[in-house]
Design a protein. Structure first.
Length: 189
């Protein structure tokens, strides 16, 4: 590739410093950046190969651990991503079954962990449509009516309404609150 008389503005891929390149193919600002980048690429490739060989070497052991009913604490920490202290705490609380076969020979039941970490279905709250309050005559109280009926201070009634997020409707100087929601709260006390 020939040299250009133009200086091409570039950013070094290794050190991210701007420089002027002489060719279109130039990627690094200097030979040292080029060498450092090449070493990093070799290092990442070597690590990837090491991980692959490690997985090949331990594939049989991993399959064997997954088929056993009782596993060691260290195997449980690797399989389920929790600390050894957490495993011992679960054993102490009785959440999982643990058997102590001697010093440093604690075995735990794998099925207990699988049941502990299985997916829990959370009910969808969007299916349950909240009942819409009706602000018709006869279905609402005013603040003063609530305080008279339940012998409560109007400030207390207002705080209960705010705390429980009860919908209100203001008409003129009166604040109307649905009877069914207020009765549920004050009858429950």
């Amino acid at each position: 590739m020939g040299f250009s008389k133009l200086k091409i503005p570039r950013v070094c891929e290794h050190c991210s410093k701007p420089f002027e390149a002489k060719t279109v193919m130039t990627r690094f600002c200097s030979i040292s950046c080029n060498n450092k980048a090449a070493k990093e690429i070799k290092k990442f490739e070597k690590e990837r190969i090491e991980k692959l060989t490690l997985l090949k070497n331990y594939a049989i052991k991993i399959a064997e651990v997954q088929s056993r009913e009782f596993i060691s604490v260290s195997e449980a920490t690797v399989m389920f991503g929790i600390s050894k202290d957490t495993v011992h705490r679960y054993i102490k609380r009785g959440i999982i079954t643990g058997v102590n076969l001697g010093s440093r020979l604690t075995r735990v039941k794998r099925s207990d962990f699988e049941a502990l970490f299985s997916a829990v279905e959370v009910p969808d709250k969007s299916k349950e449509a909240p009942e819409k309050p009706t602000f018709k005559i006869g279905t609402c109280y005013t603040i003063s009516e609530i305080s008279e009926k339940y012998h409560a201070d109007p400030a207390t009634v207002n705080s209960v309404i705010r705390r429980n997020k009860i919908p209100t409707m203001k008409v003129g100087s009166f604040v109307y609150v649905p009877k069914n929601l207020i009765d549920k709260i004050f009858d429950g006390k």
